[in-house]
Design a protein around this ligand. Structure first.
Ligand code: UDP
Length: 377
C-alpha cells in the first residue's frame, strides 16, 4: 500500500486545464518520493482527450462527467460528489487544480470539505467583473481562500491576490502554457508529421496573410457570435487574406458560422485542432482574432498580434505590453482593427513583438519543486 502522505492528486477536466497541467504532471513525476495520481472529470470530453493523447497521459481516474446541455448547477453537483468520492478513495496528501473551471472550483471545495490542502496553478487572474468571464471570475475567487499554495503566473496576478489579502504561499512561477507551447514546438520539430494535417491548407493559403480565429466565450453567444461571423465574412472578402478557423464544438458557435459564412475558398473552417496542429496554426498566422484565454498567452510568445474579442480580460499583461488589444465583439470594430493591422505596417510591427509576459517555459519545474517541498514537510 503506497504511503498516502506522498500522494498528490491532480484534477482537471477541460482542454485548457489539460494543456496547462500536463507539464506539471510531467515535472511532478520527476520528483523523488512523490506519488502522482491524475483524475479527469472530462467536463469537455473530446477536447480533453485530444490533449491527453499528445501529452501521453493516461488518467488514473476518469469520471467521464460530460453530459450534453447540462446546467452549471447539475455539472457542479456531479463534480463535487464525484471528486469527493475520488478523494476519499485516493486519500491524497494534497490536491492540485488549475485555472477557473467548474472542475477546478468543485475540486477545491471537495478538498476543503476533507481538510486537504489545495495547490492552485494559474492563481490570481482577475478581471474585476464577476460577469466577465462568467462564471470563471467567481470560480477563481472561490478557490483563492481555500488554496494554501497559489502559483501566480505573473507579478500582476500575485498583486491581485494580495489585494484580497492572500499573501502566504504565493509563488510567481510563469504560466505553464508556455512550457506546453515550448514542449510541443520541440515535439513538432522532431516529428513534423504531428502537425502535417495542415499541409494542404498551408499550400492553399500560400501568399495570403492568415488570420487565425477562435471563439467560444459564453459572453459572445447569441448576438456577439453573429456579429463575429459577419465581421469574418467582410474580412474574408479581401483577396489578400485567408481565415483559419477551428470551430469550437459548442452548438452556439458552428451553426451561426455555417449560416453567415457559407462556403468561401479563403475561409478554412475545421474541427478543433489537437495541440500540435494548433501550435502550427499559431505559427502560420499573421494575427490571431480570439476570445480565448490561452491564445492571449500563446500568441505574444510567438510574436503574433492578438485581437481579443472581449470587453475585459483577466490577462492584462499582453494589453499593457501592446501585443494584445481588447476590441469586443462589435462587427465594425473587429473589421476596422483587423484592417488596421493588415494595412498599417507600423501598427502591425508595434504589436508583433515576441515577448513572454506569461512565462519563460520553466513554470512547471518551479511548481513541482514547491509542491514536493510542501508534501515532504
Ligand atoms: N486550442 C487547441 N485547439 C484549438 C483551439 C485552441 O489546442 O482548436 C488550445 C489553445 O492553444 C489554448 C487552449 O486550447 O492553449 C485554449 O482553450 P480555450 O480557448 O478552449 O479555453 P480558454 O483558454 O479560453 O479557457
Amino acid at each position: 500500500m503506497p504511503d498516502p502522505r506522498s500522494t498528490v492528486l491532480v484534477v482537471f477536466g477541460t482542454r485548457p486545464e489539460a494543456i496547462k497541467l500536463f507539464p506539471v504532471v510531467r515535472a511532478l513525476a520527476q520528483m523523488p518520493g512523490l506519488r502522482v495520481r491524475t483524475c479527469v472529470t472530462a467536463q469537455h470530453r473530446g477536447l480533453l482527450d485530444q490533449v491527453l493523447g499528445i501529452a501521453g497521459l493516461t488518467p488514473d481516474v476518469d469520471l467521464d462527467l460530460m453530459e450534453p446541455g447540462q446546467s452549471l448547477d447539475r455539472l457542479t453537483a456531479r463534480l463535487l460528489t464525484g471528486l469527493g468520492e475520488v478523494m476519499d478513495a485516493e486519500r491524497p496528501a494534497r490536491v492540485i487544480i488549475q485555472g477557473d473551471t467548474a472542475t477546478a472550483m468543485a475540486g477545491a471545495l471537495a478538498a476543503y470539505y476533507r481538510r486537504l490542502p489545495v495547490a492552485h496553478v494559474e492563481a490570481g487572474l482577475r478581471s474585476g467583473d464577476i460577469h466577465h468571464p462568467w462564471p470563471e471570475e467567481v470560480n477563481r475567487r472561490i478557490i483563492a481562500p481555500i488554496a494554501d499554495l497559489h502559483f501566480a503566473p505573473t507579478a500582476t496576478a500575485a498583486a491581485a491576490l494580495a489585494r484580497e489579502n492572500v499573501t502566504a504561499g504565493v509563488h510567481v512561477t510563469g504560466n505553464t502554457v508556455i512550457d506546453a507551447l515550448h514542449w510541443t514546438q520541440g515535439r513538432i520539430a522532431g516529428e513534423p508529421a504531428l502537425a502535417a494535417g495542415l499541409d494542404d491548407v498551408a499550400a492553399r493559403f500560400a501568399g495570403r496573410r492568415v488570420i487565425l480565429v477562435t471563439t467560444h466565450r459564453r459572453e459572445n453567444f447569441g448576438d456577439g457570435m453573429s456579429s463575429i461571423a459577419r465581421a469574418i465574412a467582410r474580412i474574408a472578402d479581401r483577396p489578400d487574406v485567408a481565415v483559419l478557423f477551428p470551430v469550437h464544438p459548442n452548438p452556439a458557435v458552428g451553426p451561426v458560422m455555417d449560416a453567415i459564412l457559407g462556403d468561401r475558398p479563403n475561409v478554412a473552417r475545421m474541427a478543433p485542432l489537437d495541440y500540435p496542429h494548433f501550435v502550427r496554426a499559431l505559427e502560420m498566422c499573421h494575427l490571431a482574432l480570439t476570445d480565448s484565454g490561452g491564445v492571449q498567452e500563446e500568441a505574444p510568445a510567438l510574436a503574433r498580434p492578438v485581437l481579443v474579442m472581449r470587453e475585459t480580460t483577466e490577462r492584462p499583461e499582453g494589453v499593457a505590453a501592446g501585443t494584445a488589444r481588447l476590441i469586443g465583439a462589435d462587427e465594425d470594430r473587429i473589421v476596422s482593427e483587423v484592417f488596421t493591422l493588415l494595412d498599417d505596417t507600423g501598427a502591425y510591427a508595434a504589436m508583433a513583438r515576441a515577448h513572454n509576459p506569461y512565462g519563460d517555459g520553466h513554470a512547471a519545474a518551479r511548481i513541482a519543486g514547491v509542491i514536493a517541498d510542501a508534501v515532504g514537510r
